[in-house]
Write a protein that binds this ligand. Structure first.
Ligand SMILES: [Zn+2]
Length: 227
């Protein structure tokens, strides 16, 4: 196994923390940004680019327009309104994009094999498990088995934050030491909101979970929210 890792860099705080976490451990990080036609993709990609530039990473951009055309989800531009309320509540299931991580991970497996990277990492966390089946431990374990089988044992899937909540991830992010950079993850270059607007709303489940995380660790979220 080598110290090369391919990962999804969504532009949000979980994958950003994970990228910094692997950099702090001396890994070479190969981030991938997927545009699958979600309402927030254009804003997320901007923060993913800013974040990648901060650490001098080359961001691979993958366009998946068929998802918006064929799949049903309120997270997509083709779907209905983004629900407000708590992240784990029933109405947030409207934001499930069917099989999204199955597709992302499969693409990253092919990319990892192509560049000789031993690992694919995903930033799923405990808060995702309630509504997103393709973020749960069982899924990660069986997907890892499939990838090992499908790549002659060359690539494996890891999810280092799968048992942490947002606050736990933020605690890690504020304690990393990365050679040549300030201590801590540049959270100003991340965005979590699901809505189709420049400024984060602070009200959707995703925003609420992020704000709760910062509150829990007693720190100020550096991004700007709408009034
Ligand atoms: Zn929001």
């Amino acid at each position: 196994m080598n110290k090369k890792v391919v990962m999804g860099l969504s532009g949000g705080m979980d994958s950003a923390t994970m990228a910094a976490y692997f950099l702090s451990k001396g890994y070479e990080v190969f981030p991938v940004s997927f545009d699958y036609g979600s309402k927030h993709n254009q804003y997320e990609r901007k923060t993913a680019e800013q974040f990648a530039n901060y650490y001098n990473l080359k961001l691979q951009k993958v366009e998946l327009p068929f998802i918006g055309q064929l799949f049903k989800s309120n997270l997509l531009k083709t779907g209905g309104e983004i629900p407000e309320g708590h992240y784990e509540s029933e109405n947030m299931s409207q934001t499930v994009v069917p099989g999204r991580n199955i597709i992302f991970i499969s693409i990253m497996a092919g990319y990892a094999w192509s560049i000789g990277a031993s690992y694919i990492a995903v930033g799923v966390h405990a808060g995702d498990h309630a509504i997103y089946a393709d973020c749960r431990e069982e899924f990660i374990a069986s997907m890892n088995a499939s990838i090992l089988n499908g790549t002659e044992d060359k690539v494996r899937l890891i999810a280092p934050f799968q048992n942490l909540d947002k606050a736990g991830i933020l605690e890690i992010g504020h304690s990393l030491f990365i050679d040549g950079y300030d201590v801590g993850v540049p959270y100003q270059f991340t965005r979590t909101c699901y809505k189709d607007q420049e400024l984060s709303c602070g009200k959707c489940g995703s925003c609420q979970e992020r704000l709760e995380g910062f509150q829990k660790i007693g720190r100020q979220d550096p991004i700007q929210y709408e009034e």
